[in-house]
Design a protein around this ligand. Structure first.
Ligand code: F6P
Length: 241
């Protein structure tokens, strides 16, 4: 595991965007696994900057997002489809047909999971970007006695609803269910890029990266992957020896 700690968020964003730029320049038809939440916003901004400076083109790239809320339409400003358009897709030259998220409005959630999982399996990610939840969740794989390997619908934990309430008018508006790639789907990526910021995540960073591998800390399963790069700001990395 390659762990890097950055003095500033700007340096972290720059470094992460460079990883994507190099990959895409070497492999223009790269498959990117993408994440949402507050963590990757600055990284996407740098990727857009690189595109504007003609350092990279996304025209051949395919993307798969980790998750989506159940019941939100793509034009709902809290859906992850909306987030991706706002932060990345609408600013670069990626054709919409090459971008994929679970369909929050699918009529049959079970069928939607099967459809999404089949797509990911047919096209494994060259790189998977991940944020980290305060309880150790990755995508929406919440701590539990058992974790699912494939794409599935999850019931979000109270702490996740609380953490994500900041994006909604009130906690009651946060959808209670979400589609998420499973841990097995995530671990199929060739390379994993875990990004964490902030002092409030220092404890879970230490637990996930150096503690026992347990389903109670879903991110700890990343310790089993051969190619993981972890980018931390100084605050998130403060508890690592
Ligand atoms: O980047 P944030 O907003 O702290 O969120 C961390 C994690 O939580 C989620 O947003 C889901 O709650 C993930 O998609 C993300 O990786």
């Amino acid at each position: 595991m390659d762990i890097r700690i950055f003095e500033t968020s700007e340096e972290l964003d720059q470094y992460a965007a460079e990883i994507f730029r190099k990959l895409i320049n070497e492999k223009p038809n790269a498959v990117l696994g993408l994440a949402t939440g507050s963590t990757p916003v600055g990284i996407y901004a740098k990727m857009v900057e690189d595109y504007n400076h003609k350092k990279v083109s996304f025209s051949g790239v395919t993307t798969y997002n980790l998750d989506e809320y159940v019941g939100l339409t793509p034009d709902n400003d809290q859906s992850y489809a909306y987030y991706m358009n706002k932060n990345l897709f609408s600013h670069v030259d990626i054709p919409a047909i090459q971008t994929h998220l679970p369909d929050g409005m699918a009529e049959d959630p079970q069928e939607e999971c099967v459809r999404y999982e089949a797509m990911i399996n047919a096209c494994p990610a060259d790189i998977q970007l991940l944020g980290l939840g305060h309880n150790g969740h990755i995508a929406f794989n919440e701590p539990d006695e058992h974790l699912s390997a494939g794409t599935h619908v999850v019931q979000l934990k109270e702490e996740t609803l609380e953490a994500n309430a900041r994006f909604f008018a009130s906690i009651d508006e946060v959808p209670k269910q979400a589609y998420t790639m499973g841990i097995g789907s995530i671990l199929k990526a060739n390379t994993i890029l875990l990004v964490v910021r902030g002092s409030d995540k220092a404890h879970i960073v230490k637990e996930a990266l150096t503690g026992p591998i347990t389903t109670q800390v879903p991110a700890s399963l990343l310790q089993t992957h051969p190619r993981v790069t972890v980018l931390l700001d100084r605050e998130a990395g403060r508890m690592l020896g």
